[in-house]
Design a protein around this ligand. Structure first.
Ligand code: NAD
Length: 239
């Protein structure tokens, strides 16, 4: 049987690059995003034609448990779950509304509880599985004007370590990739000048590419079974 991966937030950025990398590696795919039905459907068609894999799309809010359950009702086999969907929120904490805080938490942290809750019974029945959480260096270090995002990603790191302990006896590995600045639409909130200043702070002298992020996630999906509970940082030497 061919391997199957589910990637949340796959319409663009790191999730999209992941979809290409996993399709190229021969995985059948389930791809999710919240709004961009047209671009996700087009991507699925391209991947099926280019890599001769099967690719199903699931449009909906992964921060909604009813949607997660509906999506998983259509998934019977799953080797790799990639919790990639995420949103940023830049601003001072005292200016943030409770609704904005809730949205950041739901999308970046609680959604991984929802997908894992649905995926674990499938993986237990198979006797194997990989869960990869897409985190951030701000979850390790904390970022000014990104308090909620940092708290959510820091929570995701602890979630990763704790769940890895819970699932290691069942041969399910749980790891996270904590990325530095990756060149995606998520960083379009920064002006060209701000992006230039940011790049000057990164020892590698540039942002990472979504393809580099995807390559790390594919490597983690194929790493030895003994690697679990780890937060692997990839940031061009930034922190
Ligand atoms: P992006 O904004 O380019 O793409 C985000 C994707 O998530 C989109 O496909 C969007 O549809 C999807 N999404 C957002 N909310 C969703 C929801 N509620 N339900 C389902 N899908 C939803 O972002 P990106 O830069 O590719 O980020 C992907 C992941 O990488 C995020 O978790 C982000 O926090 C993390 N990350 C990004 C960077 C960076 O610098 N770009 C750095 C570290 C970590």
């Amino acid at each position: 049987m061919r391997k199957t991966a589910l990637i949340t937030g796959a319409s663009r950025g790191i999730g999209r690059a992941c979809a290409v990398a996993f399709a190229n590696a021969g995985y059948d795919l389930h791809l999710n995003c919240i709004h961009s039905a047209e671009s996700l459907t087009a991507l699925a068609g391209e991947l099926e034609a280019s890599y001769h894999i099967s690719c199903r799309t699931h449009i909906g809010d992964i921060g909604d448990f009813a949607f997660a359950e509906k999506m998983f009702a259509q998934i019977s086999h799953l080797d790799v779950l990639i919790n990639n969907a995420g949103i940023s929120h830049i601003g001072l904490l005292q200016d943030m509304t409770p609704e904005e805080w809730g949205r950041v938490m739901l999308t970046n942290l609680t959604s991984s509880f929802y997908t894992c809750k649905c995926a674990i019974p499938i993986m237990l029945a198979q006797g194997h599985g990989r869960i990869l959480n897409v985190s951030s260096i701000w979850g390790n270090a904390g970022g000014s004007t990104e308090v909620a995002y940092s708290a959510a990603k820091g929570g995701l790191n602890a979630f990763t370590k704790a769940l890895a302990k819970e699932l290691a006896p069942s041969n399910i590995q749980v790891n996270a990739a904590a990325f530095g600045v990756i060149d995606t639409d998520m960083n379009n909130c920064f002006s060209p000048e701000e992006k230039k200043a940011l790049q000057e702070e990164i020892p590698a002298g540039r942002m990472g590419t979504p393809e580099e992020a995807a390559a790390l996630l594919l490597q983690l999906a194929q790493s030895p079974d003994y690697l679990t509970g780890q937060i692997i940082t990839m940031d061009g030497g930034f922190l």
